[in-house]
Write a protein that binds this ligand. Structure first.
Ligand SMILES: Cc1ncc(COP(=O)(O)O)c(C=O)c1O
Length: 440
């Protein structure tokens, strides 16, 4: 990077941040109030952005509005959970009718939980499923189940893997708040088949291999078919379970990404949009493995959770998956995402922006050197340009596009193709406006 270009980037970023501060006095005021009750003014670390986060006031259709009255096309899509957008009439009707005709907390098993479970089983090719409240919980219960089934402890995961609030593995290590840290063996590169297989074969007491078929929080990096099949086979060879974390990726193909890739995981974890917009998680898979949670059997594991079968979540989740995000709608949305990614690549060719992902999920990366393909986070670690990523975020906001600061786009169903054309045009203008800074 030339010092001229670095200085120009620094000036552009400072100017963009100054405009952000000037344009968002009410968000700033809200942040100053919030720090009085919440550490850092926040209850979800990802949503904190310096110098202060934007406070959103309302969402309608494919748009959100902030406290200062700016309107944005919602490209955050609640990190994949907001798939249905903000105004789906079927979801609205289900919320009202469930309240009126079922009630919220019956303290019993219900027909609704069986209906949603049966739908999840048939849609995602699972023999049995259980519900939880979040994707984190789904992984926690699934890991406990894998350990119980195998009577082993160790779990292999991958650098850049994210399996929930207390299961994350940035830079090849369990994060400081990861639970059972000593039980995880982290393979230092995702998509490195040889390294993964040798680690699986040499790990003693291995209960399971847990992997995302596309790393989501790790930067929307798809796993190759060869890599995923090789680790599935190696896990089975050593008597360990193969666990697929589809919390983000189940929306990428009609039966989930694992089925699309021909994988046969022993356990699958899911969540996000499958609660129709409310808190949700689920884990399921082979009947024999899931039987560790069958209370009719001696020595089975307890699976507790007051809200596991909350009627509102069960009803919305069921109606949304069966009537809104149908198999056809899934294909259509992901094709729209593929077209968007191709257009973005086209208008940014030869620049420092790279787009990764699959279907309706897109990773946005800024790199200083030409990288052919990104196979894992380590491929770009040394050349990443966080300053350009921040500049992009500030300037997309100014153009009316709500994206995550970390560079992640999750399409929602209510977004029209014409609105995405507007986003592509804004990105094209961004690289033109900053031609000197953005050229490779
Ligand atoms: C792959 C993956 N697993 C698990 C989780 C955790 O889900 P939740 O935030 O619902 O706990 C996430 C959340 O982003 C995820 O992306």
């Amino acid at each position: 990077m030339s010092s001229g270009s670095a200085n120009a980037a620094k000036r552009a970023l400072e100017a963009a941040e100054a405009r952000f501060v000037a344009n968002n006095p009410l968000s700033r005021k809200q942040h100053e109030l919030a720090v009085g009750a919440l550490p850092g003014g926040n209850t979800r670390t990802l949503l904190h952005t310096a110098p202060f986060p934007l406070t959103m006031k309302q969402g309608k259709g494919a748009y959100v509005w902030d406290e200062d009255g700016h309107k944005y096309l919602d490209l955050v899509g609640e990190l994949t959970a907001g798939l249905y957008g903000h105004s789906n009439p079927i979801i609205r009707e289900t919320i009202l009718s469930t309240f009126d005709s079922v009630g919220l907390s019956l303290g019993s098993t219900t027909v609704q939980e069986h209906k949603h479970a049966a739908l999840l089983c048939s849609r995602f090719k699972l023999e049995r499923v259980r519900m939880a409240n979040t994707g984190t919980e789904a992984n926690m219960h699934a890991l406990a189940g894998a350990r119980h089934f195998t009577s082993r402890r160790k779990i292999i995961v991958f650098s850049g893997g994210y399996h929930g609030a207390v299961f994350s593995f940035p830079n090849g290590k369990p994060a400081a708040n990861t639970v059972d840290r000593d039980d995880f063996v982290v393979v230092p590169r995702y998509n490195d088949t040889e390294l993964a297989v040798s680690t699986i074969k040499s790990t003693v007491d291995l209960a399971a291999v847990l992997v995302e078929p596309m790393q989501g929080a790790g930067g929307c990096i798809p796993g190759t078919r060869e890599f995923l099949h090789a680790i599935q086979d190696a896990a089975h060879e050593v008597g360990a379970l193969f666990m697929l974390d589809e919390v983000m990726t189940s929306r990428l193909a009609p039966h989930g990404l694992g089925v699309e890739l021909g994988l046969k995981p022993d356990l699958v974890t899911m969540g996000k949009y499958l609660g129709g917009g409310l808190a949700f998680g689920a884990f399921g898979g082979r009947e024999e493995v899931m039987a560790v949670y069958d209370p009719r059997l001696e020595g089975s594991l307890a699976h507790s959770g007051t809200f596991n079968n909350n009627t509102l979540v069960m009803c919305i989740g069921f109606e949304a998956l069966s009537r809104v995000f149908t198999e056809e709608a899934c294909v259509e949305l992901n094709e729209k995402g593929d077209r968007l990614r191709e257009s973005l690549k086209h208008v940014t060719k030869g620049t420092k922006i790279m787009f990764t992902g699959r279907g309706s999920l897109i990773g946005v990366h800024f790199v200083d050197a030409c990288v052919e393909t990104i196979t894992c986070g380590e491929d770009i670690q040394a050349t990443e340009r966080r300053d350009l990523r921040d500049l992009f975020w500030f300037e997309m906001l100014e153009q009316g596009f709500w994206t995550t600061r970390r560079g992640f786009v999750a399409l929602i169903m209510e977004t029209e193709e014409s609105e995405l054309v507007g986003f592509v045009a804004a990105v094209e203008k961004f690289v033109e406006r900053h031609r000197e800074i953005m050229a490779l």
